[in-house]
Design a protein around this ligand. Structure first.
Ligand code: TXA
Ligand code: MG
Length: 329
């Protein structure tokens, strides 16, 4: 494929012509990266098996890892699942469009390639005007993983998408940086109790306030993986990442300086230099910038990136999850 085209688009009032152009590519079975409120997604017509297969190829994604199907909302989702429970309705009513992915029993309209052969399908209505406008314009659900090569960091800017997928996809809609900055919360509703498969922008305490107790199934668990995204070593920069608590971080910095190593640091604080970057103490503001900072440091050919581990509390759960995965080799 020749090099990938980048089309700027207003993130608040997306230009209809740009959406039409992207929709035409998707209808023809092509691949379009677009901004969502979490990270950039790599979209294909979810009802076109060949197009979906191209998504796996472009990313180098193992065929055992299923894709999230993006919809405009409840009306579109009903054709894709066999059970739209009261719980699903409540959650969608409250958090859609938004960064909550629901895992539900798959209907026959969804091809096996989308769900990696599984009997469940992950669905979400994205809360970004470009993503939502694009799905409306095409009129079909879009299968869209994060728009990065498999195993690498998710993109929060069009530049990140281009760096990973140039020449492998048809178009990138460039709507600027994505607001949430980390991937959606994934909640499985096919289990006896709802099960959190991936923490994200919508916190577990908010979800529990809506649907009652939630099972946590995070990190490596014995037995078959309930969600391939639970594989560790995911969301990782190429540069090795080390996590440290504050005191240990200072000692480690002194140590590496003594060795004249060329390393990077991400800490909780306000001052920043090119290789030592302070991120806000507020988890939402931190999440917005995290991947951009890691992409930046990853481009500097450093020996390693030291990261100060944020507190072990619920509001930091999603960020700690991504950092631990990034640090796992
Ligand atoms: O915020 C997001 O969710 C972004 C934007 C583009 O929507 N998408 C995203 O997709 O992060 P991806 O493919 O990078 O991650 C989807 C996660 C993976 O961990 C995958 O294993 C899991 O969702 N998943 C997808 N379908 C599933 C299913 N049927 N059952 C369990 N887990 C599923
Ligand atoms: Mg991903």
């Amino acid at each position: 494929m020749p090099s990938t085209r980048v089309l700027p688009i207003d993130p608040v009032h997306p230009d209809r012509d740009a959406l039409r152009e992207a929709a035409a590519i998707l209808r023809a079975g092509g691949l379009v990266a677009f901004p969502t409120e979490t990270v950039y997604g790599l979209g294909a017509n979810a009802l076109d098996e060949d197009a979906v297969r191209r998504v796996f190829e472009a990313k180098g994604r193992p065929p055992v890892n299923p894709l999230i199907v993006h919809v405009t909302g409840e009306t579109m989702v009903r054709g894709l699942v066999t059970d739209w429970s009261a719980e699903a309705r409540t959650l969608a009513g409250r958090y859609w469009p938004g960064p909550l992915t629901l895992v539900l029993p798959k209907g026959s309209a969804v091809a096996d390639v989308v769900t990696a052969g599984g009997s469940t399908v992950a669905v979400r209505a994205p809360g970004h005007p470009v993503a939502l406008g694009l799905i409306r314009e095409v009129g079909v659900p879009l299968a869209a993983p994060s728009a990065n090569r498999s195993g690498q960091l998710s993109p929060t800017r069009a530049e990140h998408v281009l760096a990973g997928l140039d020449g492998r996809i048809d178009l990138i809609l460039d709507g600027g940086p994505t607001p949430n900055g980390i991937e959606s919360t994934v909640l499985d509703l096919t289990t006896t109790r709802p099960t959190l498969l991936r923490p994200g922008p919508i916190g577990i305490s908010d979800l529990e306030a809506t649907v009652g107790p939630i099972e946590r199934r995070l990190g490596i668990s014995p037995g078959p993986l309930p969600s391939p995204g639970l594989l560790l070593r995911h969301y990782a920069p190429r540069t090795p990442v080390e996590l440290h608590l504050r005191d240990a971080l200072d000692a480690r910095i002194a140590d590496l300086e003594g060795n004249k190593e060329n390393f990077g640091v991400v800490f909780l604080g306000t001052r920043s230099e090119e290789k030592r970057i302070g991120l806000p103490l507020d988890p939402e503001a931190y999440a917005t910038r995290l991947y951009d900072v890691l992409h930046h440091l990853d481009s500097l050919d450093l020996s390693r990136i030291l990261v100060e581990l944020p507190p072990d509390t619920d509001p930091w759960m999603a960020i700690r999850d991504r950092l631990i995965r990034a640090a796992t080799r």
